[in-house]
Design a binder for this molecule. Structure first.
Ligand SMILES: [Zn+2]
Length: 266
């Protein structure tokens, strides 16, 4: 499962603690808050309809994208950073707006350690180890990545393009031997459309000089922490005129998301 390299060493065999991870109801740490749905990005409803300040009222940890797909956001310890087309993380003010974002109150539980593992295998093993393929959960991987490939979408102007049109308007960044935090959310396959089924992961280096939406990675050595949610709160931009009047029946939501995002993330 998660080991070798796991937390408990039983006569030379390491075991993951993942099976013990349960939703924690104190301080609302069992609740995942989401503003918007990924589906509204598909036809290009990219207006910023919530703020960082509002998102922080629902959590101290999260990810998102800015208005017009302005960069990749990561919130750690109550501080929001944006990685734009320069690839360098910068702090964003409370009035920064977003069409889509997640946040929650961090109460992670230690799962295990992993060494020399690629992103796809790592993600697969995390799901297997905690046995929560039909639950929303968050993962933090902190450690040194021998390879990290990220992207940041370049801010678009209104009238906004569709998600498929914007997929090739992005900056790609590569780093080797970078230490930092990868923050991810896992969404069950039955929620594909509201989110991307599977993992959506963003990265921030410890020195804040690098980050973005994770496309590929190899973890050299790091610790994995998980937090399981039993409640999803979805806040919709019900008074946004574009959202009110849009006919989603003409958009092939699930196919467009799969095509634009692959099966790992937005
Ligand atoms: Zn992203």
């Amino acid at each position: 499962m998660c080991g070798p390299g796991g937390a408990i060493n039983v006569t030379g065999v390491t075991q993951s603690l993942a099976k013990n991870i349960r939703p924690i109801t104190e301080h609302g740490a069992n609740v995942l808050y989401q503003h918007g749905t990924l589906a509204l990005l598909v036809p290009g409803l990219l207006e910023g309809t919530t703020t960082i300040g509002e998102l922080l009222r629902h959590g101290d940890t999260g990810i998102g994208t800015g208005e017009g797909l302005d960069g990749e956001l990561i919130i750690l310890d109550g501080i929001a950073y944006k990685i734009g087309q320069s690839g360098v993380a910068e702090r964003v003010p409370d009035d920064f707006t977003m069409p889509f974002a997640n946040s929650h109150r961090a109460a992670y539980q230690y799962q295990c350690e992993r060494t020399d593992i690629g992103l796809e295998e790592l993600n697969k093993r995390i799901v297997e180890a905690n046995g929560r393929a039909n639950s929303f959960f968050s993962v933090i991987v902190h450690g040194t990545f021998s390879f990290m490939k990220t992207r940041a979408v370049i801010k678009q102007q209104a009238p906004y393009p569709t998600l498929l049109e914007v997929a090739d308007r992005q900056a790609i960044f590569l780093r080797h031997d970078v230490t930092g935090t990868m923050l991810g959310y896992f969404s069950p396959v039955m929620f594909h459309g509201a989110a991307v089924a599977g993992f959506h992961e963003h990265f921030l280096s410890d020195d804040h000089t690098f980050g973005g939406h994770v496309l590929d990675a190899v973890l050299g050595h790091g610790k994995i922490y998980s937090q399981v949610f039993d409640t999803l709160v979805t806040h919709l931009p019900v008074d946004d005129p574009e959202y009110r009047n849009h006919d989603f029946s003409r958009d092939n939501i699930a196919e467009a998301i799969t095509s634009a995002e692959g099966d790992t993330a937005h």
